[in-house]
Every structure is written in C-alpha cells, then in structure tokens.
Design a protein around this ligand. Structure first.
Ligand code: FE2
Length: 284
C-alpha cells in the first residue's frame, strides 16, 4: 500500500515537472519581450562628420500594441533619426488610431521617415494613412527623397513604393529597381534607402545606396535554435536575408526582424526587435 502511494507521488511529480518544462519551453519559444539590436555600419569617405549618428528602425508593427515598450526602447537609444520600413498596419485594418499613435510617438522622439510595405499597398485605407502619418509628423517617402541636414552633412532619405505594386509585374520591377534608386540618389550625401523587401540586395547595391533598411521577412517567422530562420516571403524555406547587416559592393543592407506579426502563425524564438544602427567613420 505504501509502495503504491509512493509510486503515485512520483508519477505526479514527474507529470508536474514535464508540465513545467513544456510551459517553460513555450514561454522560451514565444519570447514576447522587445529587445534592441545594435549594429555598426561604416560611413562612406567624406562624411566623417556623421560619425556616431544613430538611426533607429521600426518595421512590421502590424498594428501591434507596442507603443509603450517601443517608446522606452527609443528613449534609451536616443536616435538622431528614425526610419520606418513598412507594414505599420495589416492589409485588412480599417482602424488606424493605434498605429498612428505609435507613429506620433516616434516623430516626437526624432525626425521620422516612412516607406510603405506590401500591407499598406494592399490596404485601401493607404491614402488616408499616408495623410495622417504626415499630420503626425512622419515624412512619407513614396518614391521620393528628402535631404536632411545633420551635423553639417547631408543625409538623403529615399523611400520606395513596394515592388509588388508595379503594374508590369515583379520581373519588371526588379529590373527597374537600380534606376529608381539612382534617380533618388544625391551625390555627396549619405544615401539612406527605406525599402520593405530584403530579397533585392543586389539591385539596391547597383542603385548606389549607402545603407538600406528593410523588414518584411519577420526574421524567418520561426528561428529554430541552431538551424536558424525557417521561412520568409520571396525567399522561401531557410531564407538568407532575415536579420542583421548584409553587403553588396559598398552597400550595406540592414534587415529588421520586425515588431509584430501579419500572419496567423506564431513567431517562435523570434521576439520583437527595435534596430539601432550607429554610423561609424572608417578605421574606428
Ligand atoms: Fe510584415
């Protein structure tokens, strides 16, 4: 009788331990806490006055309720500029106030610039969102550039409309992309490109951008421990460009894992992130 009770206790303890491990594993996988990823990108020659300038990147919010932690992370990072690289809302969203409140907070933190993602392109409310972003103090870069003066140097902020909305199709959009970038580029300035998709690194490089900020890949949605990112639109399984800094020629492309989620699938081992890039003079 005593042996039977001991056995039951042991089984209950084992089940409890297994349950705790499973709950812990789930919590570890989901990782909802916002973190800040810091990168350094070298400055082109002649722009040493911008040494130490910090550019924060907000991407793929997808209307998530993140204004408070994001505001705290931005305040701690104290950026000189903020770039927003699309998918602030979901394609089906018609209520824009949460996204606009977050955008207003960003614009009150530092000069803020926005290029649309594929979700803005698919959302019939985009013209309203674009106007209200401008009212909130965010400069919307829809195939246009703004020359910003910082520490006596020029920072040319260029933004592209998402390539999938080219009426002539993806192949045409891809072939035309370098010329679209060249048309916005400005000699003698730091040429910063905001473009949603990270799968077009070679085209951004051919266009002569110095640093490109992209999102869209959501870090691969699931980032398996050891195996890495699992899937991204455009690049499919085990994608190459999901998080970090990539290079083509002299062009650096910074990819954010983003903050929210526009899909029904959970982000696993892939918590939301704010990206902050520090521009560094060569040799430092
Ligand atoms: Fe997205």
């Amino acid at each position: 009788m005593r042996g039977g009770r001991e056995h039951a206790w042991k089984r209950a303890a084992l089940l409890l331990a297994a349950g705790a491990a499973a709950a812990g594993g789930c919590a570890w996988a989901v990782q909802g806490k916002l973190t800040t990823a810091w990168y350094e990108v070298p400055l082109p020659a002649g722009l040493e006055g911008l040494d130490g300038v910090k550019i924060a990147q907000i991407s793929d919010v997808h209307s998530a309720d993140l204004e408070r932690p994001l505001g705290a992370a931005l305040a701690a990072a104290a950026p000189d500029l903020i770039v927003m690289t699309g998918d602030l809302v979901n394609r089906e969203d018609r209520e824009l106030s949460r996204a606009l409140s977050l955008a207003r907070m960003a614009a009150e933190t530092a000069p803020a610039f926005f290029a649309p993602g594929n979700h803005e392109g698919d959302n019939p409310c985009w013209p309203e969102l674009r106007d209200r972003l401008e009212e909130a103090g965010v400069q919307v870069l829809e195939d246009r550039a703004v020359l910003w003066s910082l520490r006596g140097e020029g920072v040319n902020l260029m933004g592209l409309w998402d390539v999938t909305h080219d009426p002539l199709g993806w192949a045409h959009a891809q072939a035309a992309l370098p010329e679209r970038v060249r048309a916005l580029r400005r000699e003698g300035a730091l040429n910063v490109l905001l473009s949603h998709r990270p799968s077009l690194l070679e085209e951004y490089g051919a266009g002569g951008a110095d640093v490109v900020f992209c999102g869209h890949a959501h870090g691969g949605q699931v980032r398996l421990p050891l195996a890495g990112p699992v899937f991204a639109p455009d690049e499919g399984l085990f994608p190459k460009h999901t998080a970090g800094v990539y290079q083509a020629g002299e062009t650096r492309m910074v990819v954010s894992r983003g903050l929210g989620n526009g899909t029904p699938y959970p982000r696993l081992w892939n918590g939301p992130e704010l990206v902050v890039v520090t521009m560094k003079r060569a040799g430092t």
